[in-house]
Write a protein that binds this ligand. Structure first.
Ligand SMILES: CC(C)(COP(=O)(O)OP(=O)(O)OC[C@H]1O[C@@H](n2cnc3c(N)ncnc32)[C@H](O)[C@@H]1OP(=O)(O)O)[C@@H](O)C(=O)NCCC(=O)NCCS
Length: 160
């Protein structure tokens, strides 16, 4: 059976549910409503929502810098009840398409060294560890740095 969700760009109307998901999914380093508002209206940011008829299932935020071909995955989360259905994978692939469409050739991200699930996700999608940041998160947790080269896609799917 097909997985019944779709990925679309998030809008300001999604702000309350994005913030609520953020609070449920992370114990620290929450993106604030103000930060979401900024990202949702900033052309150098891409905020994607995974939704079904019941509402928001997951979200991803990517940032782009002027004169840089390196995109950054800033945040990704899937609601607890919706995990294990390939939603993060779909969000990440959609973010990568959006980055390619903006001329980016690499995607970078940070992940808590203790976050085994997210590390498995990134490695499954071809990200390679290339560095670390000590005390990266508000609770003092160390982060790994990961990078993926964004090769041209064979498929013709549109970028969000
Ligand atoms: C990490 C997270 C985004 C994964 O979301 P998800 O929708 O359940 O992930 P998917 O179903 O798309 O999984 C894709 C792949 O990632 C890997 N993976 C995801 N979660 C995993 C887990 N808990 N343990 C092991 N592998 C996992 C698997 O290899 C999976 O591929 P497979 O199903 O083909 O084996 C989700 O658990 C989450 O929101 N966690 C809290 C927020 C967070 O930690 N975000 C990342 C911050 S860096």
């Amino acid at each position: 059976m097909p997985v019944a969700f779709r990925i679309r760009r998030a809008t300001l109307a999604d702000l309350p549910v994005l913030v609520a998901l953020e609070r449920r999914a992370f114990t620290t380093d929450h993106l604030s409503p103000r930060q979401y508002r900024h990202h949702l209206t900033n052309p150098r940011a891409l905020v994607l929502a995974a939704v079904d008829r019941g509402g928001l299932l997951g979200k991803a935020v990517a940032l782009f810098r002027k004169d840089s071909d390196i995109a950054r995955l800033y945040s990704i989360a899937v609601d607890d009840a919706a995990r294990g259905r390939g939603i993060a994978k779909a969000l990440l692939r959609a973010v990568e398409r959006g980055a390619r469409a903006r001329g980016c050739t690499r995607m970078r991200l940070e992940v808590a060294q203790k976050n085994a699930g997210a590390i498995a996700l990134y490695e499954r999608l071809g990200y390679r560890r290339f560095g670390a940041y000590a005390c990266f998160y508000e609770d003092g947790t160390d982060a790994w740095r990961y990078e993926k080269t964004l090769r041209a896609e064979k498929s013709t799917s549109r970028s969000p």
